[in-house]
Design a protein around this ligand. Structure first.
Ligand SMILES: Cc1cc2nc3c(=O)[nH]c(=O)nc-3n(C[C@H](O)[C@H](O)[C@H](O)COP(=O)(O)O)c2cc1C
Length: 175
């Protein structure tokens, strides 16, 4: 089975992003070997650091993955710093990093009504800058996400069905 890396953009235990990542991993387990990344282990980006084991492990996870699904909240109209930090680590060398040509899919979540759509747009812009492959799909945004979580799992079936349906093209590439 193919390796699928799911990267949540939130570290908090009760995170709706992490709950959504878990629910997607559960539903995709017959299709791919799913790993949920822990970007909280990474140090702050510093180009002088070239021998950090957590950084190496994260970059190896991205390299090994046939595809990457990001599930991220919106912080202050953009991508959370912890997620951007992880992306920055894996983004070198520029235009030739482990993200080059990598099939990527973005799901955004929000406690509010807009579902993190601005963070979604920003993340896709960032992925474009790394020459990642983000197939066209309707934007999967999850508004009022905290109301759709139970016992650490996203339980809104309509939301999950929509997300999985929009991943069709992503999985066509992913194989
Ligand atoms: C620092 C911070 C900034 C936030 N900024 C936004 C924002 O710009 N737009 C938005 O819709 N929600 C914003 N929120 C609310 C988040 O959508 C909400 O807390 C969400 O549950 C966080 O995702 P998580 O559940 O995966 O941790 C913000 C929350 C925090 C803690």
């Amino acid at each position: 089975m193919s390796e699928l890396l799911i990267i949540p953009g939130s570290l908090r235990a009760a995170s709706a992003s992490r709950a959504t990542a878990r629910a997607l991993a559960e539903r995709l387990k017959d299709r791919a070997t799913c790993t949920i990344a822990d970007v909280g282990k990474l140090p702050h980006y510093n180009a002088d650091v070239t021998d950090n084991a957590e950084v190496d492990a994260f970059i190896a996870q991205v390299a090994a993955a046939r595809g990457v699904i990001f599930v991220t909240p919106e912080y202050n109209y953009s991508v959370p710093g912890v997620l951007k930090n992880a992306i920055d680590w894996a983004s070198r060398p520029a235009f030739a990093s482990v993200f080059k040509d990598k099939p990527c899919f973005v799901v955004s979540v929000s406690g509010g009504a807009l579902g993190g759509v601005r963070a979604q747009a920003h993340l896709k812009y960032i992925l474009g800058g790394m020459l990642a492959h983000v197939p066209a799909a309707k934007e999967v945004v999850i508004p009022l996400a905290n109301n759709k979580v139970s016992d650490g799992m996203m339980t809104d079936e309509d939301t999950l069905a929509f997300a999985l349906a929009e991943m069709t093209t992503f999985f066509d590439i992913f194989g």
